[in-house]
Design a protein around this ligand. Structure first.
Ligand SMILES: *Cc1c(COP(=O)(O)O)cnc(C)c1O
Ligand SMILES: [Zn+2]
Length: 415
């Protein structure tokens, strides 16, 4: 296990004893004061070799235990991570890329990237002896926590906006979570969850406030490196809501460089919906030398998983993306829906709108020349289309209804 040496505040830089606090820097508060888990990268660099992870023979994110703050002995049975990466040479050629990979994280146990964070956060709860958990979520983090709490046999309290898509709520109920469907926005559900967790003593897995999330979420980057045998693509595209997934992925690449396993990080690009682009705007301010916070805007998009107006991991996301040499791009709902209908036809991967946004972002960056012809890129597909089929199928006709007769098949084929 990779013993953390400090929990450091991303804003003031103050270092805390590992595990001496659960959430955020008391000086900087819950949004500015998110914590980074630090390790002794020199020691790890001496210990780790390109085959260290494979030698664990684990087909889950626990193969990266050496770079995680919690040991596998605290893991629950449900598996997260070690999802497939698909090479897409035909689509790459059509787009003018020399290589394109799709990392399919819809194939996690509850069908989203969130399972990576939850696996580590629930293991941390077990390590710390916490008996109950909670989360606020646009949907996927909640279903993920509900699944992993079921696997751990601990109670789970969930705060979602009452507008969350039905399939996500169905998962919550199936996993036996206690669900509070908040008559308000995600941002309001988030604040209520923080209050309730403090009041009732639940370990809060909500995005960003819990530093374990980014630790779990970095494993997608480690896997991409390992699955591509150390040949990282030049560009990596990640859909962004609260900014935790992209912070994790960027941290993963940066740690590979710090321990000497990779030469350089890919340029990490965050993709936001044009109607919910608080982090993209904060990034622009940061580039002009202005303050990152308050990043607080109205949010409206078909992509519910990234419909976030008041992102919680905005400081990390902006800093880490800048360090990687990447940036942010916004895409319209029309582009998101079109991408969500195009991707499954071309590569057989069914993505929910938020995940399809990453592919829409790739197309936008190719169009505006940010990603040049002949480059290599990977797209993280963070959630399954089964999570929100209505969102994906928007504007598409229903299948043709026919009588059970061969002539009817002929008629349709000839149309
Ligand atoms: C949560 C989520 C994201 C965005 O992750 P953040 O950490 O909120 O930026 C993207 N896609 C899907 C499917 C998600 O569930
Ligand atoms: Zn601080």
């Amino acid at each position: 296990m990779g013993e953390p040496v400090a929990f450091r505040c991303v804003s003031c830089g103050r270092e805390y004893e590992p595990w001496s606090l659960d959430y955020t820097c008391p000086r900087c508060g819950p949004r500015a004061g998110t914590l980074e888990v630090l390790y002794d990268y020199r020691i790890l660099g001496r210990r780790l070799t390109p085959t260290s992870f494979a030698e664990t023979r684990r087909s889950s994110l626990w193969r990266y235990e050496e770079l995680l703050p919690v040991g596998v002995e605290h893991a629950v049975p449900l598996r997260a991570g070690w999802t497939p990466v698909y090479s897409c040479p035909t689509l790459a050629r059509e787009l003018g890329l020399s290589g394109l990979w799709i990392k399919d994280d819809a194939l996690n146990p509850t069908a989203s990237y969130k399972d990576r964070a939850t696996a580590v956060a629930v293991a941390a709860a077990r390590k710390l002896g916490r008996g109950a958990m909670a989360a606020a979520s646009t949907g996927n983090a909640a279903t993920s926590l509900a699944g992993f709490c079921a696997s751990a046999g601990i109670p789970c309290h969930i705060f979602v906006p009452r507008t969350a898509p039905k399939p996500k709520v169905a998962q919550l109920i199936a996993f036996g979570a206690l669900v509070f469907a908040v008559d308000g926005t995600y941002d309001q559900a988030f604040d209520l969850c923080s209050q309730a967790s403090a009041h009732f003593g639940w370990y809060d897995r909500s995005a960003a406030v819990n530093p374990m999330n980014v630790e779990g979420k970095k494993t997608g980057a480690l896997e991409l490196w390992e699955q591509l045998e150390g040949e990282l693509p030049q560009y990596v595209l990640v859909p962004v809501g609260d900014g935790s997934v992209i912070s994790g992925i960027a941290k993963g690449f940066s740690e590979l460089v710090k321990v000497g396993l990779a030469e350089a990080s890919p340029k990490v690009y965050g993709v936001q919906a044009a109607g919910a682009a608080a982090i993209a705007h904060a990034f622009r301010r940061f580039r002009r030398g202005e303050a990152i916070l308050p990043a607080d805007e109205p949010a409206d998009t078909v992509a519910d998983s990234i419909k976030v107006g008041r992102p919680r991991d905005v400081v990390k996301a902006v800093r880490y993306v800048a360090e990687s040499g990447g940036g942010f791009v916004t895409v319209t709902d029309e582009e998101i829906v079109a991408a969500g209908q195009d991707l499954p036809r071309r590569v057989g991967v069914f993505a929910e709108p938020a995940a399809a946004a990453a592919y829409a972002g790739l197309l936008a960056l190719l169009r505006d020349g940010t990603i040049p012809e002949g480059a290599t890129a990977a797209v993280f597909i963070t959630g399954s289309g089964l999570k929100d089929p209505e969102g994906v199928l928007r504007g598409l006709p229903d299948p043709t209804v026919i009588p059970p007769e061969l002539s009817a098949v002929e008629r349709v084929l000839s149309q």
